[in-house]
Write a protein that binds this ligand. Sequence first.
Ligand code: NDP
Length: 497
Amino acid sequence: MRGAAKKEMQIILEVLREMSSAVAMEATRRRQRLSSNGGASETTEEPAGQWGRAWEVDWFSLSAVILLLCTAPFLVFFFVMVCDQYQCSVSQPLVELYSGEATLRSIWEKAPSFTWTAAQIYTVWVSFQVVLYMCVPDITHKFLPGYAGGVQDGARTPAGLINKYEINGLQSWLITHALWYANAQYFHWFSPTIIFDNWIPLLWCTNILGYVVSTFAFVKAYLFPTNAEDCKFTGNVFYNYMMGIEFNPRIGKWFDFKLFFNGRPGIVAWTLINLSYAAKQQELYGYVTNSMILVNVLQAIYVLDFFWNEAWYLKTIDICHDHFGWYLGWGDCVWLPFLYTLQGLYLVYNPVQLSTTHAAAVLLLGLVGYYVFRSTNHQKDLFRRTEGKCSVWGKKPTFIECAYRSGDGSLHHSKLMTSGFWGVARHLNYTGDLMGSLAYCAACGFGHIHPYFYIVYMTILLVHRCVRDEHRCSSKYGKDWKRYTDAVPYRLLPGIF
Ligand code: NDP
């Protein structure tokens, strides 16, 4: 009996040993997968990949996430409400609150609330963009020379997949704007000021969609992820909700959440929102100011550039590294259309007519900014597409060879350019973007700080993005990244930062 018990004990111990060694092997495999997931360089001992968002959340990140979740919707409301109630004065409501003249409740009650008209407008708008995105395959690439539309490959995901995308954003933008123009000129189905006239009620509708989409993406990641291998869980529900779990959530083969929500309905709407502001100026004052025209033109260049280069956009951080959560879902539905268009909104309430010199300086700053932004992005795209076999500023580009591993463990090679704009600083595309952003703000004159919120926000966004990207690249390329930063020591401003 004792012998049988001893034998049983031995078997149990054997099984336990087997199990613990299996667990240890799995942990090692997982660690290896993590460290290659985002690709620690083969020469480094980086413990975990830095592809996109984090695997673990520190207290600082968690506090920032909770702060943003709690305050961002109110910040958007504040900047729109101050125009509606205080002629875009940012300080006036604070002074009134401080002196007791107003209360949070009285401010809230004065703001227009949700309306079914706005809900109908927004439903028609989003549905129309879904139809254009899903049901109208691109034909513009067949007759626009140099435009890359139609089915295009995205970048390799952490799990090693390459997704296909239907690039038809330019076509959607053109059809939408042609219809807008036809309505304004001939059909008169609705007023061209319709967006402005329903602006705060629309804010509630966009919030509903933003939260529904983010929550759906969150639940979907647990229940039916598009590609489970590309999901990231931190164990912290707030962080997962905000930064996203799934990398490329899709419904069916083609409805890609990131491409749809990043590109449309917010960015297609951007230029229409500005046109609606210009129409409102015309209706209120009988003229459109040169500042409004400048804002419309400079931002339209930026939007058109985005759609012309939508295939290139597939290779940017948003698509290549960010997961889809509240940050992208709510941000694209609410933050982008409301806060990227603050200048036009401000100019409806404060019509500024700029002197010729001021207008010319703004135009120059905007165009130079755009040139730096576009050329820098173009140089990298050309360099990567041709694997360095191209000409940049009339010369063969110089570069540093790098190696990294993807999530499936395979080894890949890459190159970091060290000439052209990429030899001047490591992120001159952001610098150009910031110059353009400053130009939009400066078009509003210097009467209020309200329209300048945009440049403050863009500076925070792009500096943070730069640091985040460099952290990831450093994990990905290891000492090769160090060689690159030694060769190109500045980030945004040569000699300064
Ligand atoms: P980048 O286009 O600068 O891409 C960064 C990536 O490029 C890195 O992760 C690395 O990727 C690769 N890379 C870095 N250095 C080099 C080099 N020297 N040579 C070749 N490749 C290099 O960043 P984003 O995707 O953030 O931005 C794209 C554009 O979008 C920018 O112009 C930005 O201003 C704009 N933007 C605008 C926003 C807005 O709200 N208006 C928001 C965000 C971006 P890899 O892993 O492939 O090596």
